[in-house]
Each structure stands twice: as C-alpha cells, then as structure tokens.
Design a protein around this ligand. Structure first.
Ligand code: PMP
Length: 361
C-alpha cells in the first residue's frame, strides 16, 4: 500500500483502508469478470450488490418493513429541494429547526417552495447549541419538522433523536449517519449524502416511512419523486453503481466491527480524547460548541489568532495530518473524525496540539 496520511477532511472523507484495498482489487475485475463499474445496473451481478447494500443498511439500523431504503443522487443539497417539492405546496408550512449552516440552507431552499417556519436556535455569535426537546414547540399546521442531526460546519450535534410528536420528523443526517444507533421510529425520513460516513460522494441514502411515501404519490415525477425510486428499486434511471457498491463494502466493514453500538463506543472515545485536549489547554484552544451539543464527528475549535491557526495546520500537514482548516465561512480548525478515522490519528493530533500550545502558548 502506498503511504497514507491522517485525513481530517469533512467529506469526501476517510474510508476504511480494508474497503479501499478490496475496491482496488475489484475495480479491475469483479467476481472474475468485468469491473464493477463496467457492468449494467440491470445485471444480476449489480442487482446482488444493490440488494446487499440495502440489506446491510437494514440490518445495521434494524429497519422494519414500514420503511423503504433508497439510493438517489444529487447529494443532500437535492434533498433540500426534494423534501419540500414532495411534501409542501406553495401555501403549506413546515417547521425547520435551525442549528447551523446546513439547516439554514435547507430552510432557505424550502422558502422557494412553500411557507416554512424557522425555529432558530442559533445565537448572535453563531451556531453552538441545539435545543432540548422541551424547547421545541411545533406549529399546528406544520406538514413536517426538518432538522440536521449534525451540523458539519459548526460542529454541533443533537445528542438525542428529535421527537416530532404528531409531525413527521425529517432529518438530514449526512454527517453522523451510521455513527451510533438511533431510534428509527422517531424518523419519517432520513437522508444523507454518502461521502462522510457511508462511502464516496455522488450517492444519497434515503430511508423513508411508507405512510410518508404514500402521502406524496403523484406530486412529482421521474427523478424528483421519491415514489419513482421506491417503485423502481432505486433505478428510475442509471444509479451511481460504484457508489452503491462502496456503500455495501463500508456497511460490511461496519458489521464486521460490531455494528453501530461498537461504532458509537469508538466514536465517543475519539471525541473524548480530542475535547479533553481542548479543555486541558488552559484556554489556548477554545471549542465552538456548548458541552451538550459537542459533535462527535466534527470537532471545531479556535486558536488565539488566525495566523496561529494557519501555522497550526501547516505544521500538522508536515506531520502527515491534512484537512484541518475550518470551513471557509467560519474559519478556525475542524477535525472531522468519522467512523473510518483511526484512533491513532486522533492521538497524533492531540500530541500536535499539546506540542504547539507548549511552544506558542
Ligand atoms: N447537509 C450536511 C449536514 C452536510 O454536511 C452537507 C455537505 N457537507 C450537505 C448537507 C450538502 O451535501 P452535498 O454537497 O452532498 O449536497
């Protein structure tokens, strides 16, 4: 294997090495035949891959027959449009819980299609908290409640599964899907771009409850309709075959490593180590999120100055740690430590943090 670096990018992000090595072998010949990228999406071989990816997702999440698992394209961004296009008409309303950059974008997009309400939890100096359930009072006429379970840019994560009560809860779980077990019954629709925790970019997983699916039948057509994906085994057109194949491999890897319970333990331990380094730095590093909303996937923090942040990242790169710059809209440092990110990489970063603070603090 050529040398690897510890990659803290927020997505596309690190994939398990075992998965990459298996994919490397099969990119040329899959099961002794053509490349998995070369075979028809209608072939028996690919249908088996699709079926396997779906059943592994079902098994990891314990998904019942009341839900469909779909593979779409267009990223989570298309879901920002598809959700209101399928469930809202011009005069209808939905509640959007705003906890950061992505939920704000989802809300803005929904404004183009209907009359959503913003339940804005952000504070004047940015996004650093999530509401407790009791704080959320949904509008009587809401068609659904939308939220983002992990704000990738701000590093703010819901520590619980939001309860929409009588309203269908729709969740953008792009950056924490498969990172821990969830209470699926609380969700009517979950969507996630794959490129952080499930696979490569270019494929979006949608888990949708049958009653919600039926409620939007006929509202859209073709690739803009959830029903056309559900009715055609996720193939109203050619799907991202390579992406789905990679999802299958990533899910198999997760299953071999003990499923979501075990993933949650590993993720909590990695996050604990990193947040301890922030908390024990005598104020040299300051975390963005409030304690109760700290993301286990994207750890965001600041140094005393922007110049020091640049220096911190440049030095880290020299040591084989890349992708630590915060999103261009908020600056600072962001360490994305998804499922496939190794514990050892977190230890390296902590050592760099301690060393840097010792020299510059
Ligand atoms: N939602 C969240 C939470 C994200 O992190 C991202 C991408 N980083 C998006 C939506 C947009 O995803 P995409 O680029 O796949 O459309």
């Amino acid at each position: 294997m050529t040398s690897r670096v510890f990659n803290f990018y927020s997505g596309p992000a690190m994939l398990p090495l075992d998965v990459l090595e298996r994919a490397r072998a099969e990119i040329v010949s899959f099961g002794g035949g053509a490349s998995v990228m070369e075979i028809s999406h209608r072939s028996a071989e690919f249908m088996a891959v699709l079926g396997s990816a779906e059943s592994r997702l079902r098994s990891l999440f314990n998904i019942s027959d009341s839900y469909k698992v779909l593979f779409l394209q267009g990223g989570a961004t298309l879901q920002f449009s598809m959700v209101p296009m399928n469930f809202l008409s011009e005069r209808e309303s939905a509640d959007y819980v705003i906890t950061g950059t992505w939920s704000q974008k989802a809300y803005k997009t929904a404004c183009e299609f209907g009359k959503p309400n913003a339940l804005d939890i952000t504070v004047s100096n940015g996004a650093n908290r999530v509401p407790v359930q009791e704080e959320l009072h949904f509008s009587e006429n809401a068609r659904y409640v939308h939220y983002v379970s992990n704000e990738t840019i701000d590093g703010v994560e819901f520590p619980y599964d939001l309860d929409g009560s009588e309203f269908p809860a729709i969740c953008d779980a792009s950056s924490n899907i498969l990172s821990r077990p969830i209470d699926l019954e609380k969700y009517a629709l979950i969507y996630a771009g794959a490129q952080k925790n499930i696979g490569p970019s270019g494929v979006t997983v949608v888990i949708i409850r049958n009653d919600l699916l039926e409620s939007c039948r006929g509202r859209q057509s073709g690739v803009l309709s959830y029903n056309s994906f559900a009715d055609n085994l996720s193939m109203p057109n050619t799907p991202n075959t390579w992406g789905i194949y990679m999802i299958d491999l990533v899910c198999e890897w997760l299953q071999q490593k003990g499923g979501l319970e075990a993933a949650a333990v590993r993720n909590a331990e990695k996050a604990r180590l990193l947040y301890s380094a922030i908390d024990n730095s005598d104020g040299f590093y300051t975390g963005n999120a409030e304690l109760s909303a700290r993301s286990k996937m994207n750890v965001t923090f600041r140094l005393p100055s922007e110049a020091m942040e640049i220096e911190f990242c440049t030095e880290a790169e020299g040591k084989g740690m890349i992708g630590l710059r915060g999103h261009r809209s908020v600056g600072g440092i962001r360490a994305s430590i998804y499922n496939a990110f190794p514990f050892e990489g977190v230890e390296w970063l902590v050592e760099h943090m301690q060393d840097f603070a010792r020299r510059k603090g």
